[in-house]
Design a binder for this molecule. Structure first.
Ligand code: 5GP
Length: 191
């Protein structure tokens, strides 16, 4: 590995734990580039195609999957999500910190393939607090919120897993206070 090669940072954790807010703050740093995932889920109000996600039809996603275009991919709540492969290679070759925000199954794929990086899990203080945050977000209906809470319970258990004798995540941060969590992630990235 050459000395100027950048670093992969994986930010993961349940929906509503605060990882998107953490990533938004990290993106302000000039050395950080951010992965724009592909997804088949419907666009939410305020989201922009090509910026928040590449919104794809299921057929288009599956075609790209067949062409091995994704570094990892997963099904989450019935929709497909995947990280395009090439932006990471290009960013790391330019010495950038490459930030990937993904759920647990995708993280496991990266670990299993021995992809080096800093793997961070952002946890909510409690499931009740997570539900409250998802409700406040107002962009999901009640059934979807309950489904996300159920997925979160599995994700919290998965966060304690090991892969080939190594913890799935290098660090788990409980997000009680957003500014404090952002400061802790920053100190991990730029000690
Ligand atoms: P949302 O629908 O709330 O935007 O995302 C749902 C979940 O999918 C979140 O946990 C988010 O981090 C995750 N996710 C977003 N993009 C990707 C991706 O490219 N790969 C994987 N494995 N998960 C993703």
């Amino acid at each position: 590995m050459n000395a100027s090669r950048g670093k992969l940072v994986v930010i993961s954790g349940p929906s509503g734990a605060g990882k998107t807010s953490v990533c938004r703050a990290l993106k302000q740093h000039p050395d950080v580039e951010f992965s724009v995932s592909a997804t088949t889920r419907a666009m939410r109000a305020g989201e922009r195609d090509g910026i928040d996600y590449h919104f794809l039809s299921r057929e288009d996603f599956q075609r790209r999957l067949g062409e091995n275009q994704f570094l990892e991919w997963a099904t989450y709540n019935g929709n497909l999500y995947g990280t395009p492969r090439w932006p990471m290679d290009q960013a790391l070759a330019r010495g950038k910190t490459f930030l990937v925000e993904i759920e647990v199954n995708g993280t496991r794929q990266l670990r299993e393939r021995g992809i080096e990086g800093l793997y961070v899990f952002i946890a909510p203080p409690s499931i009740d607090e997570l539900r409250r945050r998802l409700l406040n977000r107002g962009s999901n209906d009640i059934a979807e919120i309950e489904q996300r809470v159920r997925i979160a319970e599995d994700e919290l258990a998965a966060a304690r897993e090991t892969v080939s004798g190594r913890p799935l995540y290098d660090v788990t941060l409980e997000n009680r206070d957003l500014d404090e969590t952002i400061a802790r992630v920053r100190s991990l990235l730029w000690p």
